[in-house]
Design a protein around this ligand. Sequence first.
Ligand code: PYC
Length: 309
Amino acid sequence: MRVIDSHSEGEPTRVIVEGGPDLGTGTLAERRAVFARDFDHVRRFTMNEPRGFDALVGAHLVPAVDPSAVTGIVFFNNVGFLGMCGHGTIGVAVTLAHLGRIGLGRHRFETPVGTVEVTLETKNRVSVENVPARVHRADVALDVPGVGRVIGDVAWGGNWFFLTESVKTPIDLAHRRRLTAEAEAIKAALVAAGITGEGGAEIDHIELFGPPQAADAQSRNFVLCPGGEYDRSPCGTGTSAKLACLAAHGRLAAGESWVQESVVGSRFVGRYRLETGGALIPTITGSAWVTADARLLLDPEDPFPHGLG
Ligand code: PYC
């Protein structure tokens, strides 16, 4: 299997460019289901140690349904599959540019949760106009063992998030273990309280916010991903969900910029527009850099053919 690795503002993406599974010709959501049902061993092979590690997000490129789109993408991680992935979309765009498959300008990518519009501004700088974001429940109060009372919103940005400013632990790498434990406790409390996204969907990302360190940023975040690792970037779908919350609380107007710092100090710039009918369309801008063009190998005698996990 040939893969190209990159990182988007610190968060890694591994794009399968040759040797990935044939998922058929259904919708992207159907092809994600085929991947999960028939090829989960490929996900584990690509993501797990010793070839991968828990923070890595995978992207499998498949032919788009709509011929006006450059590619379809199925995103996955160390424990399963994602709807959309903002940092991963930036990584795919920079990877396709690296391969000479796209040039500067606007392109459409299909994902299991909708089509996104990607603008390659330079060989590294990308804006992603995401699927519509929305708040499902605002100002949810939650009593979290070991953390205390937390107030937050449940919002969609391409994945489901619980977003809160209640946790007062400093958002920096020195506190990453405590932040992880607090976010995991919030996730468990949401499950215990029966709080979900729409239609009972699991809230699989927890996003904690604190003050920024840079004078020109608005906020700093820590995002717990489904597999227990934290996002090194500010999280594209998480920043999209944040924009929906800011709009719902009257804290950010359409067209204004929101500079979201990550726990490592990298940043995405977010803004949104409102469509006729009210849908909130976020745009996230950030950069990615290619780090490897590699072949993943499997020795038939390897006792752990699909890795550990
Ligand atoms: O950037 O949307 C994102 C993302 C989701 C999980 C990790 N990164």
